[in-house]
Design a protein around this ligand. Structure first.
Ligand SMILES: Nc1ncnc2c1ncn2[C@@H]1O[C@H](COP(=O)(O)OP(=O)(O)OP(=O)(O)O)[C@@H](O)[C@H]1O
Ligand SMILES: [Mg+2]
Length: 271
């Protein structure tokens, strides 16, 4: 099962001590069933805010958000694995299943299955402190997959990993996605990662947080990291980011496109 989600003119403001932050302004986006959508954009453009709304954790927004089916199971994977340190890898995964009503033995069997799926067979009885950062993140991925979510929300899940481990995790994630496609919203600062993984990349800009480009990555899977078509998409996304990187848009006319004032060499784009 997978879900469809729709943000319709969603605005989210935060009142700080000194000013009102326009974290999102009139953001509209539809994500289709089984679509893998990556969100990229500079720090503070509202990516996590969008994910929090999709997760149902933030309800203080204007506009509307809908999920179909409305009670679809959601899993949220963060940059850090957030495991329970006093539980083994297997117990960390089984815990969420038991909390959803599975019997202890069923939960353990399922936990072993998902740990195997993310390449952690043999590590079931290890505690998080005895696993590497990459292995801990795999446990978190197994835990997310184990609840069989219709919607996967992933907020920079691989950004704290070394490049070789991140590379493996991306390949594994794509393989899992091909076996059982779910709707995925994946936040990243890494354009190569976005192009490699996603069916579609949504580019955001800040002040106010808004969508400035929406690009379909029309490259069949399985994909190779060095595919020149992916590099071309990466350049296109770099340009979109740079063109909107330095000019805040008046929040009185949120649909207005910001004129690009700083033209950098897109090959060196960093977020
Ligand atoms: N609870 C809050 N209170 C006040 N301001 C907030 C709150 N949450 C987010 N913001 C502000 O809203 C804006 C968007 O934040 P958000 O965390 O969504 O950005 P982001 O795109 O995920 O950034 P990053 O790439 O650094 O994670 C930022 O300016 C942030 O400071
Ligand atoms: Mg964030």
């Amino acid at each position: 099962m997978s879900a469809t989600l729709s943000f319709d003119r969603v605005s989210r403001r935060f009142q700080t001590r000194t000013r009102v932050v326009h974290a999102l302004e009139n953001v509209s986006i539809e994500v289709r069933q089984r679509e893998f959508t990556a969100l990229v954009g500079p720090s503070g453009c509202g990516k996590s805010t969008l994910l929090n709304i999709a997760a149902g954790l933030d309800t203080g927004f204007d506009g509307s958000f809908s999920l179909d089916p409305p009670k679809a199971d959601r899993a949220y994977l963060f940059q850090s694995p957030r495991l329970l340190p006093w539980k083994t890898a297997q117990a960390n995964v089984a815990f969420v299943l038991e909390a959803r009503g599975a019997s202890r033995s069923k939960a353990r069997t399922a936990a072993r299955h998902y740990l195997e799926l993310v390449g952690l067979a043999g590590c079931e009885h290890q505690f998080p402190a005895h696993l590497s950062g990459g292995m801990r993140q795999r446990v978190a991925l197994a835990r997310a997959l184990a609840v069989d979510p219709a919607l996967m929300l992933m907020d920079e899940p691989f950004s704290a990993l070394d490049e070789i481990t991140a590379h493996r995790m991306r390949k594994e994630l794509l393989e899992i996605h091909q076996i059982e496609p779910r709707t995925v919203l994946f936040v990243t600062h890494n354009l190569a990662e976005a192009c490699f993984l996603a069916d579609r990349v949504v580019v955001m800009a800040s002040d106010p947080g808004r969508i400035v480009a929406d690009v379909t990555i029309d490259v069949p899977r399985p994909r190779e990291h060095d595919d020149l078509r992916l590099s071309a998409y990466q350049r296109e996304l770099s340009r979109a980011l740079f063109d909107h990187s330095s000019t805040p848009v008046s929040t009185d006319s949120p649909n207005q496109q910001a004129p690009a004032t700083t033209k950098g060499d897109p090959r060196h784009a960093t977020l």
